[in-house]
Every structure is written in structure tokens, then in C-alpha cells.
Design a protein around this ligand. Structure first.
Ligand code: ZN
Length: 331
């Protein structure tokens, strides 16, 4: 009896061992088949992604070469209607996009930032997308932090044409650290002081430039005239001041779309929204004028809706850089 039991248990153990070996063999075979297959699929995916990246890089290099080849060629100036005003001081005129070759040599950049921006803009225009530069004048103010929060929420970079306002000094560094362009709009923005004489003007620009460099560590070279370059507040010809800007490697920008929020009568956020969107619809490339002031609550209210509409339109929203084509009023 005992020997029978021993025999059965020995057979049972043998069967179990055989089953275990079978399982090991099956798992090994399955693993040997599956593993290379999975590896092949993963590698195939990676290779095709890499070849996509290579062709993207190739086309980018080709576009960069083309851009540098054409940089010295004449670009026809583009004229568009400019109908809006920044303030009472500014006159109507036609908008003029300054040809590339007439910009100061120092600003004619082949740097990565400028070239990349041009490629982005060229590609967007070729795809029929709108290109929009949102520009915000006269800050910083009590509203700047809220404005920066909104821009951060939508991950949108803009250009701030600032004046000196030590009360909100922290805003300058926040503008820089969050990727926006910090640009100059004169130290005081007082028309009589700014446009009183060339010496006054130089003082207004250089005092602000030094102040911003001291506060942020960044030296700005992008500028906007208070009231725009077509303003009627200056007794001296505006070209007197433009010559100084050219000499100091500073590029000035006007606008070709106004939100209308610069006047003494406060517009509703709907009016500001409508002015901006209808202006952008008329242009391929828009430089939009908005204001940052504690009295311009409706501008702040309008900005989220403006950005949402632009994102819905698949517009390319960019900050002004040294590679941006200057937009000038006809003077
Ligand atoms: Zn202004």
C-alpha cells in the first residue's frame, strides 16, 4: 500500500515537473516571439518620428537660408489704412511697414531669435493665418499684475511700452521674467517735456533705458512715441527724434489696429473687443494698440475675449522682437 502511494506521488511530482517545464518552454517561446515584435514596433515609431523631425529641420534650414538670401533685397512697402487714434494728440495717416533693408544695420539681425520669428511669420502668412502683435502702452499700473495673470493663463506673450512708475516697479521684472517684451514709451510721457526739444527727448529715452536696465538687467531697444510718430504735439519735426533713435540703435513701432481705449471717453469692453477684432480682420499682420492704466478697467475686461477669439482664429500671437518688421505711420 505504501509503495503504491509512493509510486503515485512520484508520478504526480513528475507530471507537475513536466507541466512546469512545458509552461517555461511556452513562456520562453512566446517571449522570444513577442519581445522582438514589440521592439520592432517601438523602433519603427521612433525612426518615423525622427525622420519627420529631420525633414522639419531641413525645411527650417532651407527657409533660414532663403531668409538670409533675401534679407538684403528690396521689400515693397505695404500700405494699409490707419484710421484710429491713440489719443487726441495723434493724427490720422496711412500705415507704412518699413522695408527690411532700410532698418539700421545694427538691428538687421541674423540672430536666432530674429530669424526664427521671421520664419514663423512667413510660415503663418503662407498658411493664411493672421499674425498679431498685442502691444500695451503706458504701464505699469495698478492693473498690470492682473493683466499679466490673464496673459499667463492663456500663455500669450505681448509687448509692454512702459513709462517710469516706481510705485509698480516689481511689474517690470515680472514682464521680463514671464517672456514679454519690455519696450520704452519715454520716462514721463509728458508731451511738453518729451517733445520740447531734442535734448529733452534724448533725456526722456536714455533716463528710461537706464532705469529699466537697473531694475531688470535688460536694456531695451524697442520704442514707441507717446501719441505715435504721427502725433500733432511736437513742434519739432518728428524726423529729428527718429534720427536720434536710429543713431542709438533703437527701433520705433506704431500700430495699425487701435482698440480705441486711448481717448478720454471710456469705451465698453465690447467696443474695445469689436475694434480690435474688426481691425485684425482687415490685416495680414496686425500691431494692436491697447493701454494699461488703472482707469482702463474695460481694456482688462476685454483682453480674455480678444485672446480667445484670436486663438479660435488660429492667429499667431507674438511679442515684438528685434526681428519684427517695424510698422510706421506715414509721416
Ligand atoms: Zn502712451
Amino acid at each position: 500500500m505504501n509503495s503504491d502511494e509512493d509510486k503515485f506521488s512520484a508520478q504526480d511530482a513528475r507530471r507537475k515537473r513536466i507541466n512546469l517545464y512545458k509552461k517555461i518552454i511556452i513562456y520562453t517561446v512566446v517571449t522570444m516571439i513577442l519581445l522582438p515584435t514589440v521592439l520592432c514596433i517601438v523602433l519603427f515609431c521612433r525612426v518615423s518620428r525622427m525622420s519627420d523631425e529631420i525633414s522639419e529641420l531641413k525645411s527650417m534650414i532651407a527657409a533660414m537660408e532663403k531668409a538670409s538670401d533675401t534679407a538684403d533685397n528690396v521689400t515693397e512697402p505695404v500700405r494699409e489704412e490707419q484710421t484710429d487714434k491713440e489719443s487726441e494728440a495723434e493724427t490720422d495717416g496711412t500705415m507704412y511697414v518699413r522695408p527690411v533693408e532700410s532698418r539700421p544695420a545694427e538691428q538687421e539681425t541674423t540672430s536666432g531669435e530674429g530669424s526664427m520669428e521671421r520664419i514663423l511669420v512667413q510660415n503663418a502668412v503662407a498658411e493664411g493665418r493672421k499674425v498679431v502683435y498685442l502691444t500695451i502702452d503706458d504701464g505699469p499700473s495698478a492693473n498690470t499684475d492682473r493683466l499679466l495673470d490673464v496673459l499667463k493663463k492663456y500663455d500669450v506673450k505681448v509687448t509692454f511700452f512702459v513709462i517710469s512708475n516706481p510705485k509698480y516697479e516689481a511689474a517690470y521684472s515680472r514682464i521680463v521674467s514671464e517672456g514679454h517684451t519690455l519696450a520704452m514709451h519715454t520716462f514721463s510721457h509728458d508731451y511738453e517735456t518729451v517733445y520740447g526739444s531734442l535734448d529733452n527727448f534724448i533725456d526722456e529715452v536714455e533716463k528710461l533705458r537706464t532705469y529699466l536696465k537697473d531694475v531688470t538687467g535688460v536694456t531695451p531697444y524697442i520704442f514707441r512715441f507717446p501719441g505715435g510718430s504721427s502725433n500733432s504735439m511736437t513742434k519739432l519735426p518728428i524726423t529729428t527724434f527718429i534720427k536720434y533713435l536710429d543713431k542709438s540703435d533703437t527701433v520705433y513701432y506704431d500700430w495699425n489696429v487701435s482698440s480705441g481705449d486711448g481717448g478720454s471717453i471710456q469705451l465698453t469692453s465690447e467696443q474695445i473687443y469689436n475694434n480690435v477684432i474688426s481691425g485684425i480682420e482687415k490685416n495680414q499682420v496686425s500691431v494692436v494698440l491697447l493701454h494699461d492704466s488703472e482707469y482702463k478697467e474695460t481694456t482688462l475686461e476685454a483682453i480674455p475675449a480678444i485672446i480667445e477669439k484670436l486663438q479660435e482664429m488660429n492667429a499667431l500671437i507674438l511679442p515684438i522682437t528685434s526681428g519684427t518688421e517695424p510698422v510706421h505711420h506715414n509721416i
